[in-house]
Design a binder for this molecule. Sequence first.
Ligand SMILES: [Zn+2]
Length: 414
Amino acid sequence: MFTLNNSKTANRELMREMNTKLVLNLLKEQGLISQVNIRNKTGLSSGTVVSIVRELKEQGFIKEVGSGESSGGRKPTVLSFNSEAFYIASVTFFADETTVAVLDLSGNIKKKVKFSTEIEKGKEALFKKFARRFDSLLSKLHIDRSKVLGVGVSFEGIVDYNKGALILSSRFGWRDVPVNEMIEDECGLKAFVEGDGRAMALGEYWYGVGKGTHEMICIDIDSGIGAAMISGGNLCHGIHSMEGEIGHNLMVVDGPRCRCGRRGCLEAIASGWAILSRVREELRQGRESKISKLVNSPPEHKAIRYVFQAAREGDKFALQVINEAGHFLGLAIANAINYADPGLVVLAGYVTYKSRGMLLPIIRETVKEHTVNGRLRTIRIEEGSLGENSALIGAATLVYQGVFGITSSSCISP
Ligand SMILES: [Zn+2]
């Protein structure tokens, strides 16, 4: 769609391509806009705008939706972005569950399907299963494959975005997996992979609570704990794609043993895995508590609700565990704020959502206490608004970004 050639006109074409992307993203951002306003907001000449709009109309990206208010002369035609001109596929690979979805160009999920990941069957089997589920979604939605721009992929682990590969996933027990290549071989569409925490951050930044906040940190409080930072509207990766590993910040010297082998990491105190390990162990040792014995059986993301439920009923032990987890999360977040100075901290992950608002005030209070120059800062700490869909929606934005070359949904001045 926007490919370059090597002819003498390459520079002119590059300029044209950039201008086209500019107009397209302005349309996506504004929803409804006239050609005059496109001209005013982009600074492009009238002739350029007319010709780009004509081309985008022919490609199906723009629809005419009536006339606007006249400022003297002829009423201007109002244009709108056609979210359904094309579609984007998205898949999130988590160790226990994989979700496949088809989204429109505005991040709306048209349909999604979940299946058990079954790591033990291997990579090839997993990617083939994804391709079959994706095919069946397309046929249920009556969408032709040629209408799908690409596949956004979120993978639980450390991902090298530029290489399109999974470097390491301790939950999967896999390393050096050429994810993009394998997905492309299976479904014939361009793939863009990112780590799960970064995909969540992107989702919240483009379409969730972070919309318009170009300096933000998203904390994924899940079985493990990780952070992803957006600075200047761009995702940060670090030189080894390991930026944001706050789950392994040392919080308590000689504290509980962490899955990384060290002691006293944040993840060993405040993650879903750590909370449940502690609760299950102390209940086994006869600790008195209203926490249901059912907490021992289901998978983590389901079991954790018994802990929050007991805390809401005033159970002392449950309250102690949750207060301590919230306190240490708050300390780690205050440290991150002191370092990175964001405008927003988004809390995501199943522990956040299953807490139904219980963790937020504890974290806010601790952050307030331990952030330096707090009075000079304006920081929001909020739960993510996309819930469990954040990574799925975030992964889809990778395709939009890859195809249209824009890193932020809101980078054009209003
Ligand atoms: Zn650790």
